[in-house]
Design a protein around this ligand. Structure first.
Ligand code: NAP
Ligand code: MG
Length: 402
């Protein structure tokens, strides 16, 4: 069989621990035999980040701006224990944080749906994609403990020295206070990423906040979304037959639970933090969550939502076979290959990505799966495989489909 050709390279960001092992297996078994793979390779493994003073992460993000599409393996975000384990020069920042800061993007997370791994919510038939705003609010808040009676005010001093104040509370006794902010530029980027991604994936977009209570703060989010939608996206949405609407967060939750899925749910930072875990868990498994960072300029970086699966890696290092689930990492590759194919008009590459996903899903639906899924599946005749065997079974399915 002739290999599928590519024209523009993908930005490939390798990572750490068990996911780095899976990365190698996926390339070797599921991609390289079929695709004449073109990538610009960046090793984001912790050792390399340390050697380069984390420059490699910056370079990888810059390359994504150049080429437009990246695929990333999970990476370690160092803490004190990791500094010691790897003898690091510094406690380097989270690579995802660094990349997000450079691409200015929004993260969209969606579950992989297979028969036999059923969502806890019976009505859910299609994936729900959660978009979380990743800047500001309580995550960049400042807080104070108020020891006793006194007045708390918000004070804004403009550059020309003009002062405006707003009373927060006249305390009669002890209490607490919190100040938080957001930026129009960040909210606008968030909105544009959401509209772009809705169009790119042909899904409706919901945005929810609490503007009835937060009449200036949340209302401002609502207004900016509305303004950008009307000016820049309404026409394309209507042409595509898609809907955008804003609703209150409590109404959104009721609708989400009663829905059958198949839309994008945009949330403010805190709501997104909480709701993405809820959606992921309700769909079944973290190992089945995909994740893509979309910049407002339309750059895409695909990855798995889970981490490096450290516990399994230590077993692997002892020479034991592990049953780590590669699905989300496979789907990071298929997402990136499909997007590359779309952009470069390579229908063969798009088809390959579709078939690799189908092969992966079929393997699980036929009862061959990793241990994490075997524990939650409703299928009765199940074979638990280690990662290598599971990938081998996917390859057989893929060869049959091709
Ligand atoms: P994790 O890697 O997501 O794994 C947590 C647990 O979830 C695992 O121990 C395993 O449970 C289960 N799990 C996750 N993915 C799985 C898979 N593909 N197959 C089977 N089971 C899976 O989180 P962590 O262990 O807390 O973090 C490890 C490292 O990942 C940390 O250094 C963290 O900084 C990094 N991290 C990176 C990213 C990223 O790059 N995007 C995201 C999150 C965390 P059992 O042990 O019960 O089998
Ligand atoms: Mg969280």
């Amino acid at each position: 069989m002739e290999k599928i050709t590519m024209t523009t390279p993908l930005v490939e960001m390798d990572g750490d621990e068990m996911t780095r092992i899976l990365w190698g297996m996926i390339k070797e078994e599921l991609i390289l035999p079929f695709v004449d793979l073109k990538t610009e390779y960046y090793d984001l493994g912790l050792q390399k980040r340390d050697e380069t003073g984390d420059q490699v992460t910056v370079d990888a993000a810059e390359a994504t701006r150049k080429y437009g599409v990246a695929v990333k393996c999970a990476t370690i975000t160092p803490n004190a224990a990791r500094v010691e384990e790897y003898g690091l020069k510094e406690m380097w920042k989270s690579p995802n944080g660094t990349i997000r800061a450079i691409l200015d993007g929004t993260v969209f997370r969606a579950p992989i749906i297979v028969k036999g791994i059923e969502p806890y919510v019976k009505t859910w038939k299609k994936p729900i994609t959660l978009a979380r705003h990743a800047y500001g609010d309580v995550y960049k808040g400042s807080e104070m403990v108020i020891p006793g009676p006194g007045k708390v005010e918000l004070v804004y001093t403009a550059q020309d020295g003009t002062v405006s104040t707003e009373l927060v509370h006249q305390f009669q006794g002890a209490g607490i206070v919190q100040g938080m902010h957001n930026l129009d530029s960040s909210i606008e980027s968030f909105a544009r990423s959401c509209f772009q991604y809705a169009l790119a994936t042909h899904q409706d977009l919901w945005f929810a906040a609490k503007d009835t209570i937060s009449k200036k703060y949340d209302h401002h989010f609502k207004d900016l979304f509305e303004e950008i939608y009307e000016k820049e996206y309404r026409v394309s949405f209507e042409e595509a037959g898609l809907t955008y609407f804003y609703t209150l967060i409590d109404d959104a939750i009721a609708r989400v639970v009663k829905s059958e899925g198949g839309f994008i749910w945009a949330c403010k930072n805190y709501d997104g933090d909480v709701m993405s875990d809820l959606v992921a868990t309700a769909f079944g498994s973290l190992a089945m969550m995909t994740s893509v960072l979309v910049s407002p300029q339309g750059y895409y970086e695909y990855e798995a939502a889970h981490g490096t699966v450290q516990r399994h890696y230590y077993q692997h290092r002892k020479g034991q076979e592990t049953s780590t689930n590669p699905m989300a990492t496979i789907f990071a590759w298929t997402g990136a290959l499909r997007k590359r194919g779309d952009l470069d008009q390579l229908s063969g590459l798009v088809r390959f990505a579709d078939l690799l996903e189908q092969a992966s899903v079929r393997t699980i639906e036929s009862g061959r799966m990793t241990k994490d899924l075997a524990l939650i599946t409703e299928l009765s005749d199940v074979t638990v495989l280690n990662s290598r065997e599971f990938i081998g079974e996917i390859r057989k399915e893929l060869e049959a489909l091709l």
